[in-house]
Design a protein around this ligand. Structure first.
Ligand code: ADP
Ligand code: GN1
Ligand code: MG
Length: 370
């Protein structure tokens, strides 16, 4: 079944959600690579109300029920903290809209899983940093998010994707994809494969430090790219951190690194012209400053020391994930054009090379703020 076909029962899903008012329209929305996202507009007492509706990607998230338990738990926890801090809980965290039966998700008659959130209106999400200040503010917000969740009972969280940021496992998956070569694409990407294989020794650096206890497990977001944060259209301040599907115990450094790989680039994640894709030390510095402020002294010395490595490894890991998906026939990340995953892989590898050249400066920048 294609993703389009899996969304065929959207009207049935809408009819099962506990929405106010009457239907006006619904349309596709956003630039996520994983879920199918829609906005649902309703008319309620002469005012328009919007909801966000998603078909959860059941191929990627094998147990949507457990995933929704994580999200309900985390968002209610955040909601309480936001209220105590005098914030607006309807805008500053996701709010799950239940089904008419009071469940957090609905399984339709063809087996697709749907969930809905209040739509956080008058916001914008960026696919490329427009102002350094925005990136700095996103760092404060992601750091703060991690700090807010520091006392969340981590043992209650389900692992929604096994070995999500286990770079060693990601590397093994790439090797298997190369061996199988199901689409006969290996011949087109010899250079990228060579680049990936040459860095095998790096794949265990953070995983091993985690296993030995040198790096603490924390409740982390695990998908901290810039378009997973909503900014207020007017004030340009971060409002809400979204895409909570991968909240799990993880490494703080990976949240840092994932933001850097996406945001500290001068080009989009899928830019074809690699001359436009460079690792920006200015953006990196802004994020380092913001993240250290946002986490407010909670990072250990080892974590601070390994931030540059986190940036490099998350970029590398994402590159090998895109390459693996290209070799496997583009089954994981949504693509919009031929070779889309290969283009994405190339930007990541370009950034890795750039970071390797600038690694000493990256360390100095962390030392400046640590
Ligand atoms: P994916 O896992 O596919 O990335 P996301 O949960 O990130 O899905 O949602 C895709 C996009 O939809 C986001 O980048 C954002 O622009 C938008 N979005 C998600 N949730 C909301 C919300 N509650 N209110 C407004 N926009 C949202
Ligand atoms: C996916 O869901 P989305 O588009 O926010 C992916 C991330 C990758 C990212 C690359 C669950 O994020 O891990 O880093 O694409 N999410 C999942 O852009 O695999
Ligand atoms: Mg997303």
């Amino acid at each position: 079944m294609t993703r389009e076909q899996a969304c065929a029962k959207i009207d049935e899903a809408i009819s099962q959600m506990n929405y106010e008012g009457t239907a006006i329209e619904h349309y596709r929305y956003g630039n996520g690579h994983i879920n199918d996202t829609f906005v649902v507009c309703r008319l309620n007492n002469k005012t328009n109300t919007k909801y966000l509706l998603q078909r959860m990607n059941h191929e990627v998230f094998k147990n949507p029920g457990q995933l929704m338990k994580n999200i309900v738990g985390v968002t209610s926890f955040l909601r309480d903290k936001i209220i105590i801090n005098g914030g607006d809980p309807k805008r500053e965290t996701l709010n799950v809209v239940p089904t008419k039966d009071g469940n957090s998700y609905y399984v339709d008659s063809i087996g697709s899983y749907w969930r809905s959130y209040l739509f956080v209106d008058d916001t914008i999400s960026y696919d490329l940093v427009e102002r350094t200040e925005d990136f700095y503010l996103s760092a404060v917000a992601f750091g703060n998010f991690q700090r807010l969740l520091a006392d969340y009972p981590a043992h209650t969280l389900y692992e929604t994707i096994k070995d999500f940021h286990n770079t060693k496992v990601r590397f093994e998956n790439l090797k298997k994809a190369i061996e199988k070569d199901v689409c006969s694409r290996v011949k087109y990407v010899r250079e990228e494969i060579e680049f990936a294989l040459a860095r095998e020794a790096d794949t265990g650096i953070l995983v091993d430090m985690q296993e030995s206890g040198e790096l603490p497990l924390r409740v982390t977001h695990n998908d901290t790219k810039l378009n997973n944060i909503l900014f207020d259209k007017e004030t340009k301040k971060p409002v809400c951190i979204i895409d909570l599907d991968t909240i799990m115990p993880g490494l703080s450094i990976n949240d840092f690194g994932d933001s850097i790989r996406f945001g500290a680039s001068t080009g989009a994640e899928d830019e074809k012209d690699l001359s436009k894709v460079n690792f920006s030390l200015e953006l990196y510095e802004a994020y380092v400053k913001g993240f250290i402020e946002g986490t407010a002294g909670s990072l250990t010395k080892n974590e601070l020391d390994m931030l540059p490595m986190g940036a490099k490894l998350m970029t590398y890991e994402c590159g090998i994930r895109f390459l693996t998906d290209y070799l496997e026939g583009d089954t994981y990340f949504r693509i919009h054009r031929e070779n889309h995953n290969l283009d994405r892989c190339r930007t990541q590898f370009k950034l890795v090379s750039d970071m390797e050249e600038k690694f000493d400066i990256m360390k100095e920048i962390v030392n400046k703020y640590a």
